[in-house]
Ligand binder design. Sequence first.
Ligand SMILES: [Zn+2]
Length: 338
Amino acid sequence: MKLVCPNCEKLELVEPYTHKTTINVKNEPIQVELKLYRCLECGQLIQDPKNPQDELDIAYRIYRQRHHLLQPEEIIAIRKTYDLSQKDLSNLTGIGIATINRYENGSLQNEAHDTILSLLKNPEAVKELLDKNKDKFSEEKIASITKKIYELYKKDSLKNIELIFERYNDKELTGNRPFSLKRLISLISLIANKLKEKNIELTKTKLNKLLFYIDFLSFKQNNCSITGAVYAHLPYGPCLESFDTVISSLVEENILGVKEVIYQDKSYEVLEPLKEPQTDIFNPDELSLIESTIEKLSFLSAKELSEISHKEKAYTATKNGELIEYSFAKYLQGVEDV
Ligand SMILES: [Zn+2]
């Protein structure tokens, strides 16, 4: 084929040419491959007019993927989920409107901003921010955003869980398994039923820790998680991403019940199974891992479980709010210690 060569200043025969280069993004070298053409006459590299490539843009995309940052189109998608303008998003998050505009157009976001923007995937976080920043919005706007949040909650509460987890397609975060809602529900239901058999109260903290250990132990042993769910470092330990949303959805769908228990003048919530678990979704090896982990950990108090999970490298080596890569599973010690 022929393209206009800027060097020869006329149409010349060109050949496809992969140009490899290294771009430093925040002091990190990123290898970039550009699909270009080369002038057969003078060797000049020429952009494909139909598919011009920006090396910085490509480098940023690779960098974001490596560091689990949102891509520009994901930021736009999150904003549009709630029908927010860039100005609304700025009012909600405190990030300047010009900055949001730059991020949506491909500038590299800083990590603090990325954390805030990622939080907005969860309608609960949007609701909290809206409550805090009510004075910055008109009443109509508050009503319309609230309606969107409500729709997201109600539309299909189980679909909501899928939406949360399907956004993560990074194998390091899902433990080499695409997220499976069926498996997560079956696992939670199995845990709830097993603990009921044993007459052990299932608090939310306990459920959270059991899920973390089961998924990570499965990855440690079989290089694959059980549910494909994502876990984050929260102040009270490793935690299933959007745990509260998951639990309230399961309560709404009558898969779990919540019972209030009063002990020494303090009340706390206990989860109860309302359905039989669907165990045929797990293979025998998985089932035995799940059952033995429950066996080993369910007798510990929520406090003891928290203490153990706080010592895991998956927790000590990650920062608050950060998602936890499954590769930390090889350092798990909690279960062997028990
Ligand atoms: Zn040329």
